[in-house]
Write a protein that binds this ligand. Structure first.
Ligand SMILES: Nc1ncnc2c1ncn2[C@@H]1O[C@H](COP(=O)(O)OP(=O)(O)OP(=O)(O)O)[C@@H](O)[C@H]1O
Ligand SMILES: [Mg+2]
Length: 411
């Protein structure tokens, strides 16, 4: 009998909600703990490598926050939002206005809060225009102006009897100060939230980004160390990886079934990294469905899946673009790194230097050259340096990909 045309449930793609979000229970609890603060002492930083599920986890925090009486504002922080203090201020005003625009206020109330926005109507919505006028009317530096807007916003929101507002920003590693241009948008954001939180205004920051994010915050303002609770996410434990693969199929009674051995194979190749789980799940599902339709699936025993081909497709889709941006010499260095036993975790400059002498005696790297190249690779988003001065690949399983490249070349 021909299998019906079931849609593939898996969702490999940046920010795409998986059919089943596996695990992350501790992380959700940590977020709930932050929500229980009356006075905000700690804000959230959610970090992890590319494709570990930061964006979709942040998306699931939103309904949690709302169920717990919070309002939610925020978006992706593109680099352009972070070019100047004014830009970040406008971003905050736009985000605040989305949660306040349903509220109306009278001229008398606005005047009583110390502002004179020359409002004509009796009931004025607290929308972007009104907030922007308050910003423009407030004297002083950008920080003073935006603080005034946020305080005003909170006075308006009070009537809704909410616990507070979460300002959630994805891709927050894009935030940066630019001393050459005398623009400090990152420091501004930290100063402003620290200051309004001291005044007991319950506005909480939830920043998501690559592992470079938290060190960046601390570099800008040392108090950031105490201001944030860092939640770091990584690969899923095997049990959760198994659920991520099996549950979407089981729940909707898909005709395709993946046996334990097949699932174990996918988990092993994916390393438990969510993007790879979705990618491999999707490909394997298609293969199995096709074989079932063609009647070539064995009655008992596992369907044989061409994993080599699937991994080659993954290499082309996910890794090759990043690899192709590196120079030959950078590739040599990363090939040396990939041959370290700790390449999947952390490594030091010294380890790389020593290893290079072993595997590339004629082309080995000096310590200063290695440091310099690692720093360039960090800027390119391929490597990152953690707070203990050790390095890691910023792309999950990059070491395995590099080793595959080397082997292909050798063949
Ligand atoms: N807990 C999970 N269970 C199953 N699949 C997941 C889980 N978390 C994420 N995914 C899947 O992994 C992929 C990557 O998720 P997401 O885009 O949220 O990662 P990210 O960390 O934001 O990546 P980037 O650093 O590129 O922004 C998506 O296809 C998503 O559906
Ligand atoms: Mg993301």
């Amino acid at each position: 009998m021909e299998a019906p045309n079931y849609a593939n449930p898996f969702r490999p793609g940046a920010g795409h909600m998986p059919p089943y979000l596996a695990g992350r229970e501790n992380e959700k609890q940590e977020f709930l703990n932050l929500l229980s603060q009356d006075v905000i002492l700690e804000n959230l930083v959610l970090t992890g490598l590319r494709g570990v599920g930061k964006t979709v986890l942040l998306d699931t925090f939103k309904p949690l926050a709302m169920q717990n009486g919070w309002l939610w504002a925020g978006t992706d922080l593109s680099e352009s939002a972070s070019v100047s203090e004014e830009r970040i201020a406008v971003r905050l005003i736009a985000d605040l206005s989305l949660v306040t625009s349903g509220i109306t206020i009278t001229e008398k109330q606005i005047l009583s809060l110390g502002f004179n926005p020359q409002v004509k109507n009796v009931n004025t919505p607290v929308n972007y225009d009104l907030l922007l006028r308050i910003y423009q009317q407030t004297p002083g530096m950008v920080a003073d102006k935006i603080k005034a807007v946020l305080e005003f916003g909170w006075e308006c929101v009070r009537s809704l009897k909410k616990k507070g507002i979460i300002f959630a920003y994805d891709e927050a590693q894009n935030l940066a100060d630019h001393s050459a241009k005398d623009e400090y948008p990152l420091s501004l954001l930290l100063d402003v939230f620290q200051s309004i939180q001291k005044k007991n205004i319950p506005f909480m920051l939830a920043l998501t980004g690559l592992p470079t994010l938290f060190p960046k915050l601390v570099e800008a303002r040392t108090f950031a160390e105490r201001m944030f609770h860092v939640v770091q996410i990584g690969r899923l434990p095997d049990e959760n990886s198994r659920e991520a693969l099996a549950k979407p199929i089981r729940d909707v009674k898909h005709p395709v079934s993946m046996g334990d051995a097949l699932i174990a194979q996918i988990i092993s190749i994916s390393g438990g990294y969510p993007y790879f789980i979705q990618f491999l799940g999707k490909e394997v599902y298609d293969v199995v469905l096709q074989k079932m339709k063609a009647g070539s699936a064995p009655k008992d025993g596992e369907i044989v899946v061409p994993f080599d081909d699937i991994v080659r497709k993954l290499d082309a889709d996910f890794f090759a673009g990043r690899w192709s941006k590196a120079t030959d010499r950078q590739r040599d260095l990363m090939t040396v790194i990939a041959s370290l036993p700790t390449s999947g975790e952390e490594f030091t400059v010294q380890e790389v230097v020593e290893r290079s002498k072993e595997v590339m005696p004629s082309l080995s790297f000096s310590a200063s050259h290695t440091s310099q190249m690692l720093s360039t690779l960090s800027q390119q988003g391929l490597i990152y340096k953690n707070r203990h001065g050790k390095y890691s690949f910023a792309v999950p399983l990059f070491d395995r990909f590099i080793t595959r490249q080397k082997n292909h070349k050798a063949e």
